[in-house]
Design a protein around this ligand. Structure first.
Ligand SMILES: [Zn+2]
Length: 251
């Protein structure tokens, strides 16, 4: 938690209360304003409100990162085929439970030179409400599966649903992970129309972009076909997330 924001709000609140001579409505107004900021801060990873997530690479070169969340799934091999064909390396933020379900796909991701990140063991819908010890358990359990089935370790962590709060921030710190966000959200799990997803990505793409995708559907696979052609046409190269976390040159 960025404490100066608390202090700032506290001062702001008190000045208002002073000016408006202790009006109850001013209290309520400030309280709502404060609450909205906190809730917004926990859902928008780009604000870096609770934890400093890497959401882009600072670069002048035309390069972007493709990241795939929530796998491995039955669709993952298709994604790997496409990436292999274009010789492109991506970053996969895998769920522990899914790795146990699709161990071969997971091993293939590693064997083909892609980067792996931790995306918790169970990707609980209650992620935002878990205690910090429960969150630590979620991250550690995923690490164990990654190490058991893939025989690798990862420093990378992506918060499920992009949600961060003080408990999650504490868990990330305790497990010594680097939180990785994005600055291009494809909304590929929400939007049905493939063309719309493709347009959303390509319209927002710029040097250093980190694109959030999911290797969980045929739909995203089809979008990837066009996206890879776009990258080729526009002469974009790609980078993986492990390549920038140790550099101070990232944002
Ligand atoms: Zn996810």
């Amino acid at each position: 938690m960025k404490h100066y924001l608390f202090i700032l709000f506290y001062l702001f609140w008190n000045v208002f209360i002073y000016v408006f001579n202790g009006s109850v409505w001013m209290y309520i107004f400030c309280f709502i304003l404060f609450s909205v900021t906190v809730v917004w801060g926990s859902f928008d990873i780009q604000l870096k409100y609770f934890i400093d997530s890497t959401t882009q690479k600072r670069t002048k070169i035309k390069e972007v990162a493709l990241t795939f969340d929530d796998g491995p799934t039955e669709f993952t091999p298709k994604f790997l085929d496409l990436l292999k064909e274009k010789n492109i390396k991506a970053t996969f933020f895998c769920i522990g439970k899914q790795i146990e379900k699709y161990p071969e796909a997971f091993q293939r991701i590693i064997a083909e030179g892609h980067t792996i990140g931790n995306h918790t063991y169970s990707h609980s819908k209650n992620t935002g409400f878990l205690s910090s010890s429960k969150m630590i358990e979620e991250i550690k359990k995923c690490d164990e599966v990654i190490s058991k089935i893939g025989n690798i370790k990862t420093d990378l962590y992506r918060p499920p649903f992009g949600v961060t709060n003080p408990n999650i921030a504490k868990a990330i710190k305790k497990t010594r992970k680097k939180s990785i966000g994005w600055n291009v959200r494809s909304l590929d799990t929400v939007i049905e129309n493939e063309k719309k997803i493709y347009n959303r990505i390509t319209k927002n793409l710029k040097p250093g972009s980190i694109v959030l995708l999911h290797d969980t559907s045929e739909k995203t696979c089809n979008v990837l076909v066009d996206l890879l052609l776009f990258l080729e046409r526009e002469k974009y190269s790609t980078f993986t997330m492990d390549s920038i976390i140790n550099s101070t040159n990232n944002d």
